[in-house]
Design a protein around this ligand. Structure first.
Ligand code: SF4
Length: 516
């Protein structure tokens, strides 16, 4: 066996083949590597399975590059801590360059999502290029224009010139200006499939009127939970609570008003328009990711209507995705899994991806995600984990209420990964920017847990390395933020007000918060 391999270490060469594959082989070794298409780092002696995973990544990258006639060699490097940091940086840079090559718009601000992604909020009749950016009204008489609204076209034109759009995309702009790793960069870094580009870019690489390949649809707000950092716009439980007790007095955020629900009088018609849009011109064949959000997908009829649609309009390149709190009976999960399995077997979809929402373990989690039964979540998640053909992900909200127990969750995910035979569970996160925003606490309060999470986050594939890099950016911004005592007091008043409505007690669940 011949392994293209590079190393920088004092470890004995003769041990390496044995370490990697438990059998002897012949290795082609290159000393002191510097210019490689793929670099992976770790100490095989310290952490054998981790090192093997890196090796397999390197091999995969090598073969993919061979297929693409790429002449650069692949390097798998294990080394000491100083070199490790350098090569980790390379690991991020390399896929970014690769992604940029796949997406033809290579300007300083060019964003893949601006071209290929539409999030549709049917409840408010609006659409956006991602969930970080401004929602734009979809014209009542022209639903089909949702992906090419005048503002979206203007944004694409500015990006073609290397400029940031006006009044939108502020999140990515600020993140990049501060030297961080934005969603825009994250998406470019992760793109491996040219099929995710809008089809129009093949003939015209600077086309600005295009067809989406990724559709994310927020349907009704019907939900069986009312997370502390959510609101009536996404949860009917929240809506009912506000109708019963009145507006919250402690907090003045528009999303907490029932007005934020924005009941769209054209909801049913626009839902029909969506199916029609996908059917016409066979657009459904261009879709690579279709994602259902609510409310809670498991309790809205639209999840099942979506399954009906794709059963009738098969697309064997489609990843059907939904984000769920997994608050469902065994019977419901079983029935859904058997339907999904049938759709995979018949080629109606390529595969399913289920994104489960959880931020931490322990009573802190059940307080923050009010209505959650952690035991039921774990049981359902483990059932999904045992089912073949399902890609599993976990999405966490970084909130002041849960960060302290985030390391426990990361450890649990690693346990689940160890017991799973399929792909690794993908971890991703977003940050609450409102009432429970961890940044308002400033340095010192979450440092220990954030440092521990950074240490625990795995780096067994390129995606995990990118998530870890993103987490490091966010963690450092939390640890270096300016403390805002007034906002901390507002948060405490907010929790006290919620406690009175929910018969809960934040002081018991978060004793540390009393003294902050
Ligand atoms: S906010 Fe960022 S990721 Fe979203 S469309 Fe704008 S640049 Fe792209």
């Amino acid at each position: 066996m011949l392994y293209p391999f590079a190393y920088s270490s004092n470890a004995s060469l003769s041990r390496l083949c044995k370490i990697i594959h438990d059998r002897p082989g012949v290795c082609l070794f290159l000393r002191a590597p510097s210019f490689f298409a793929f670099a992976s780092t770790d100490s095989p002696v310290a952490f054998l399975p981790h090192f093997r995973a890196h090796f397999n990544d390197a091999m995969l990258a090598f073969f993919v590059n061979c297929l693409r006639n790429c002449s650069l060699p692949i390097a798998l490097v294990y080394t000491d801590l100083i070199f490790r940091s350098i090569f980790l940086a390379l690991n991020i840079a390399m896929p970014s360059e690769k992604g940029k090559k796949i997406f033809p718009i290579q300007t300083k601000t060019g964003c893949l999502l601006k071209w290929n992604w539409s999030t549709i909020y049917l409840q408010s009749g609006t659409s956006a290029s991602c969930h970080r950016t401004t929602k734009l009204k979809i014209p009542e008489d022209n639903f089909d224009s949702f992906h090419n609204l005048p503002k979206k076209i203007e944004d694409r034109e500015r990006m073609l010139q290397g400029e940031w759009p006006i009044d939108t995309c502020g999140y990515c702009r600020k993140m990049e200006e501060a030297g961080g790793f934005s969603d825009r960069m994250n998406q470019l870094a992760q793109q491996t499939d040219p099929d995710h580009n809008p089809p129009e870019l093949k003939a015209n690489p600077t086309a600005v009127e295009v067809t989406p390949t990724i559709l994310q649809v927020f349907f009704k707000n019907t939900c069986n939970m009312s997370c502390v950092y959510c609101g009536p716009h996404l949860s009917s439980k929240w809506e009912t609570e506000i109708e019963k007790h009145g507006q919250l007095k402690s907090i003045n955020v528009s999303k907490y008003s029932t007005m934020a629900v924005q009941n769209n009088p054209n909801y049913d018609r626009q839902k029909k328009d969506l199916w029609k849009y996908l059917k016409e011109k066979d657009r459904y064949k261009n879709i690579r990711i279709y994602s259902v959000l609510g409310g809670e997908p498991l309790v809205i009829p639209e999840l099942y209507e979506s399954l009906d649609f794709w059963e009738k309009h098969p697309n064997d390149k489609l990843v059907f995705e939904f984000t769920t709190n997994l608050k469902a009976t065994d019977k419901r999960i079983e029935a859904l899994l058997s339907r999904m399995q049938k759709m995979i077997d018949t080629g109606a979809v390529l595969r399913f991806k289920i994104v489960a929402s959880i931020d931490a373990l322990g009573p802190e989690q059940e307080y923050a995600r009010y209505g959650m039964d952690l035991e039921q979540f774990i049981m359902n998640f483990e059932k999904l984990s045992r089912t073949k053909g399902i890609e599993l992900a976990i999405n966490s909200t970084l909130s002041a209420l849960t960060i302290k127990k985030l390391p426990d969750l990361i450890k649990k995910i690693e346990q689940w990964n160890a017991a799973r035979s399929g792909d690794r569970i993908v971890f991703s996160f977003n940050t609450d920017e409102d009432a429970t925003n961890p940044k308002i606490f400033g340095p010192g309060v979450f440092d220990q847990e954030l440092e521990e999470t950074m240490r625990l986050l795995p780096e067994k594939n390129v995606r995990e390395i990118i998530v870890k890099r993103h987490f490091q950016t966010v963690a450092h911004s939390i640890m270096s933020a300016k403390r805002q005592p007034e906002k901390i007091n507002t948060m405490k008043r907010y929790l006290t007000e919620l406690d009175a409505r929910r018969n809960t007690d934040w002081r018991k669940v978060y004793p540390w918060l009393q003294d902050v």
